[in-house]
Design a protein around this ligand. Structure first.
Ligand code: PRX
Length: 660
């Protein structure tokens, strides 16, 4: 079974002797049945990575017309994959399963937050629903290339809406249901969406989130939107604007349940997903039908070792990339049975997730370290109430997992039987990039292990030279991959500047993360090194928060930084300079927190607001966030020679001490 290894390194330096490194071997019985049981796959992919992707693309997904060339790098970094191929991702997620015995296999098992809200949707039923809804969209005038914004909670209709868009070649832009009306409006306007698909409301922790109301607010200033489709989840009495808003059922009335998929070029857009960056404006990451299908399909198959008898549960909300790739497209392309849960992890009791695993016999479970840390704190007694023996594989995503949480997950949830795949990737990468393959990779708690076959990741210093083992640097991807983002919606220059310009004269993809590689070639991700926060595995731009804060009438300047947090990983803390005529007060603090919550969403709410009269800046006027971070962490300040005015720091230290 799994062996632990300590003090086995050949290097006898004191440091390595003191470091007890545990290595977990893949269990023999897991390996024997795994899709990938032979490490030679890495070598094979390295020998000819183009041929490697070619073989996968040809054999793992179906094409209407074969592609003529695997990769076109003639206009890099606008790489193109599977040139000339014709495909539609919904054909691979639906039609090809419906042609087989999987026709009546469960595609989605849905559990609502109220215990008795349960539904099972087979592949054939999903196919019919998608086709019917696709026809309804066509009737409303939605055409290939049009953008459709989807703003919904976790219900199967959200999947239907996405697939229906993809089926007719429309580009979906799903906006996380926890975002505010302002955030939704910005995203609708940036994409110039023609239609918005939403619902009356959904449950979250026993309360109702009134989704349609939020959409109405967003649409007060969203001129591109012609129609709104509203799915009736709760029977709420919502405002329906005549000729603009239609009920989900009404809009489909009389539509056929057959709809041929639009024949898409490999490179035709599939979706836009907005993510936070280092500027105030969210970036519209664009993915396409061909490469995204290939990348998400094979990673789901090999990393989650998906088999036909699995009950697979990824707890991510579909509003994030993890939900797009590993709740919807990857698993459905593999014909898997996907569990989908509407509500909060700990509602009505802290054992809700574990009871769901037991009840449905979940076999593969994929979640975020923040959730694991939260459940760890609640205590083992909650998972212990349930028989979790159906589980055979566990996964994590979104942030580095601390070895303590890893071991708790391994022991308490996985019963010391299940390998854990710690998967590193991003909205932009579309698919998992650094990860164990559970049947072959030895695991080290806290390490995402190695790049997926065919992927080349490295850690570079500021000059673009590879760092020696165990020396931290910038994580870069030095070769294109099929499911890479193609551009930023409407902003190709920003695409080049953000991702491809970190090293002069070298065209590599810069991830924004710091990392180091150990002497065994294992990657240790150290987190973002740009001005992006990771709060509970969700990305937030510090500039985004700052621009919202300075939009408040009382605020003159703001600086936001991340403060380490036991459960959430990081939380935003805001330093605020008030305008003349405003005085710091508890009420104003509350008001500003509420302001951010309203403008962006609950996840962005600053944990603390610290009023100061001056921010630490360089002589050229740049806010020195590094110093703010050091003050919060009680660490040495390092070099302060570029600081314009040292008094600013003294005051910040004092305000922070008072707060504590
Ligand atoms: O900092 C890395 C962190 O999440 C960032 C990407 O965020 P997002 O695009 O929202 O996608 C999250 C889910 C794929 C990365 O730049 N991150 C993601 N996975 C890991 C991680 N950090 C460490 N370990 C991981 N496994």
């Amino acid at each position: 079974m799994i062996k632990r290894r300590g003090l086995m390194k050949k290097d006898k330096s004191i440091e390595s002797l003191l470091k007890v490194e545990e290595v977990y071997e893949p269990p023999k019985e897991f390996r024997e049945k795994a899709w990938v049981k032979d490490e030679s796959i890495y070598e094979k992919a390295e020998k000819d990575w183009i041929a490697f992707w070619d073989e996968i693309a040809r054999t793992e997904v179906e094409w209407f017309e074969p592609y003529k060339k695997v990769l076109d790098d003639s206009n890099a970094p606008f790489y193109k994959w599977f040139i000339g191929g014709k495909i539609n991702i919904t054909h691979n997620c639906l039609d090809r399963h419906v042609k087989t015995w999987r026709k009546n296999k469960a595609a989605i098992i849905w559990q609502g937050e109220p215990e008795n809200d349960k539904r099972v949707i087979t592949y054939y039923e999903l196919y019919r629903r998608v086709c019917r809804f696709a026809n309804a969209l066509k009737n409303l005038g939605v055409r290939k290339g049009d953008r459709v914004t989807i703003y919904m909670g976790m219900v199967p209709e959200l999947v239907v809406a996405m697939l229906a868009c993809a089926r007719i070649g429309a580009i979906h832009s799903v906006v996380f249901g926890g975002f505010s009306s302002m955030a939704l409006r910005d995203r609708i306007n940036d994409a110039k969406a023609k239609v918005v698909i939403t619902m009356d409301g959904f449950y979250r922790r026993g309360k109702i989130v009134e989704t349609k109301k939020i959409v109405d607010e967003a649409l007060e200033d969203a001129p591109s939107v012609e129609h709104v489709i509203v799915y009736d989840r709760l029977g709420l009495d919502v405002n329906m604007v005549e000729d603009r808003d239609f009920w989900w059922d009404d809009v489909q009335y009389g539509s056929s349940w057959k709809c041929e998929p639009e024949v898409m070029d490999s490179e035709d857009p599939l979706f836009i997903l907005y993510t936070s960056g280092t500027t105030g404006k969210p970036k519209g990451v664009l993915h396409v039908h061909g490469g995204y299908n290939v990348g998400t399909h094979i990673t789901t198959k090999w990393i989650f070792d998906i088999k036909d008898d699995d009950i697979y549960w990824c707890t991510a909300d579909i509003g994030w990339i993890t939900g797009h790739s590993y709740v919807v497209y990857g698993p459905l392309s593999n014909g898997a049975t996907v569990l989908m849960y509407e509500g909060a992890p700990d509602y009505p009791k802290p054992d809700r997730w574990w009871s769901i695993i037991e009840y449905y016999g979940v076999t593969v479970f994929y979640t975020a370290p923040t959730a694991i840390r939260y459940f760890m704190r609640l205590g083992e007694e909650w998972p212990k109430k349930h028989d979790l023996s159906s589980l055979r594989l566990l996964g994590t995503v979104g942030e580095p997992i601390n070895p303590e949480a890893w071991k708790w997950y391994y022991r308490v949830i996985g019963g010391e039987r299940c390998p854990i795949v710690d998967t590193w990737w991003q909205t932009e990468t579309g698919m998992i990039m650094i990860t164990p393959l559970p049947g072959v990779t030895k695991l080290k708690p806290g390490s995402a292990t190695k790049p997926f076959p065919g992927i080349k990741a490295e850690v570079w210093d500021d000059e673009g030279n590879p760092c020696p083992p165990n020396v931290g640097g910038k994580l870069v991807i030095t070769r294109p991959w099929p499911s890479m983002l193609r551009t930023l919606w409407g902003d190709p220059d920003r695409y080049i500047k953000t991702y491809w310009s970190a090293f002069e004269g070298k065209l590599v993809y810069f991830t924004g993360d710091g990392a180091k590689i150990d002497e065994d070639g294992y990657f240790w991700i150290m987190g973002r090194i740009d001005d992006v926060l990771n709060v509970s595995g969700h990305r937030l731009g510090t500039m985004e928060l700052e621009s919202v804060l300075v939009a408040h009438k009382a605020v003159s300047e703001a600086a936001v930084i991340g403060k380490p947090h036991d459960i959430k990983g990081e939380v935003p803390v805001a330093f605020v300079v008030l305008k003349d005529g405003y005085e710091p007060s508890v009420e104003l603090k509350r008001e500003l927190r509420e302001w951010v919550r309203k403008k962006i969403g609950p996840i962005a709410t600053p944990e603390e607001i610290i009023f100061v009269t001056k921010l630490p800046k360089t002589r050229s006027g740049k806010i020195m966030r590094r110093l703010l971070r050091a003050v919060l962490a009680g660490q040495p300040l390092g070099d302060v020679t570029t600081l314009e005015d040292e008094k600013a720091l003294e005051e910040i230290k004092k305000s922070y001490e008072e707060l504590k």
